[in-house]
Design a protein around this ligand. Structure first.
Ligand code: AMP
Ligand code: GLY
Length: 423
């Protein structure tokens, strides 16, 4: 079959890599893709949110399966668009409807959903411009640190954690009165700070049954020792050593089952991925957030461990036939180290020539912010590459990733040398 994959990051190169290895994949198209996806499929020059171009592509290229990488197209209703367009309604598309995508698109919706279905999460209240006085008082009743979340999508920047009450009150004013995050902060969720260790859990569901994919831990801060600004993610490992069988059972019983059943009870059509951001407080899991897509860079360690044919898995998800598929996982650990442009996540330069990409070796070098120009591969984003390795021992896998990175260079390149060291 012909497949269209939407997106352009390291996550999408990892998807493209696995999809292209399936005997079921005849032709793989990626829109807009990057220099890495171009090695395993054909890039098309339109945005992942350009519904008209996506429709035209599906018709011209006889696409049978659409895989959506990022959240934007889902929150904008691409799945509803496919079901409403008679020429597209036969095409399998992986992802929730717009109502389901609200689990990521609105923090308040997600919190209310968890409350309705008794899913453990931090206590919270939400406020708007009209109720700002209550919001300022509410902060006085909370203990530091203060967690403020813009309700809508804010490119991963909408969560602010502050130690000091006055700062938190000033931040609430900025978010609500000055719309610091635009429309996204017209509503703000204030919640209790949870102290613990984070992990990411991924679930494939067709709305009826579900499969739990491997867990991963992501390293979000730019600096070693988890210091400095938040980024999209600087590295990841899978599986997460502390997510043992008894902890996974708690996650499944208290969080995954009530989530899938909650979607059913609310008649929300959801045939896609649920990414549950979790925090382990003592011995108990709590939900930090839902996302409606895979994580990046978590995908770069989760997909290489999935031995079941990915096209079969995703097609079954989209067509409501997940019950017929079983999951086979590589028992080895996977690690990925993200290589970024100097300055990221603040200002950084683009267009730097990357060398050392063609060296052969067993590590997988996934491209994120790269572009091909006149036969050269140039940097085109903050996160540039994600280098993934597998081994029975995750420390050995990390060693392989770091050895592979030493052969790569571009001006200003930076990466964290302590991924996985805390485990
Ligand atoms: P999010 O954008 O929702 O993933 O939040 C970004 C980060 O903020 C998370 O990965 C956590 O590290 C942190 N965070 C969010 N909510 C809480 C909370 N209630 N308690 C502690 N940390 C939190
Ligand atoms: N790595 C976190 C995310 O994709 O949201």
């Amino acid at each position: 079959m012909n497949i269209l994959l939407l997106g352009s990051g390291g996550r999408e190169h990892a998807f493209a890599h696995s999809l292209s290895q399936s005997p079921l994949c005849e032709k793989l198209y990626i829109a807009p893709g990057n220099a890495g996806t171009a090695l395993v499929g054909e890039n098309l020059a339109f945005a992942a949110t350009d519904f008209a171009a996506i429709k035209q592509c599906c018709l011209d290229k006889q696409i049978s399966l659409v895989v959506v990488g990022p959240e934007d197209p889902l929150v904008k209703g691409i799945v509803d668009f496919f079901s409403q367009e008679t020429t597209l309604s036969h095409i399998a598309i992986v992802g929730p409807t717009q109502r389901g995508a609200n689990l990521e698109g609105s923090k308040e919706f997600a919190k209310e959903f968890m409350q309705r279905h008794q899913i453990p999460t931090a206590r919270y209240a939400s406020f708007t411009k009209e109720t700002i006085t209550e919001g300022l008082h509410f902060l006085e009743t909370m203990q530091a640190p203060y967690v403020l979340k813009a309700d809508g999508l804010a490119a991963g920047k909408g969560v602010v954690i502050l130690e000091n009450l006055q700062e938190a009150q000033a931040e609430l004013k900025k978010m609500l009165l000055e719309e610091k995050f635009g429309n996204a902060s017209q509503k703000v969720v204030i919640e209790e700070f949870l102290r613990g260790i984070e992990l990411s859990c991924f679930v494939l569901t067709d709305g009826d049954s579900y499969l739990v994919l491997p867990t991963a831990k992501d390293y979000k801060r730019i600096g070693e020792g988890d210091t400095g600004l938040n980024t999209g993610g600087m590295g990841a490992v899978s599986p997460v050593p502390f997510a043992d069988a008894s902890f996974m059972k708690k996650i499944e019983d208290r969080i995954i089952k009530p989530t899938v059943e909650g979607l059913q009870k609310e008649k929300i059509t959801y045939r896609g991925i649920i990414f549950i951001g979790l925090i382990k407080v003592g011995e108990d899991p709590y939900v930090i957030e839902y996302n409606v897509r895979m994580g990046d860079p978590e995908t770069e360690v989760v997909l290489p461990r999935i031995q079941t044919d990915l096209v079969t898995l995703l097609e079954a998800t989209a067509k409501g036939k997940l019950r017929n598929v079983s999951l086979s996982i590589d028992p080895r650990s996977a690690t990925t180290v993200v290589v970024v442009s100097g300055g990221y996540p603040e200002e950084y330069q683009k267009g730097k020539v990357i060398s050392g990409l063609d060296t052969q070796g067993e590590s997988l070098v996934f491209h994120a912010g790269t572009i091909e120009k006149e036969g050269k591969i140039l940097t085109s984003g903050g996160r540039v590459l994600a280098v993934t390795s597998l081994d029975n021992d995750f420390k050995e896998a990390l060693k392989k990733s770091y050895q592979r990175i030493e052969k790569i260079s571009f001006e200003g390149m930076y990466y964290r040398r302590d991924i996985g060291m805390d485990l």
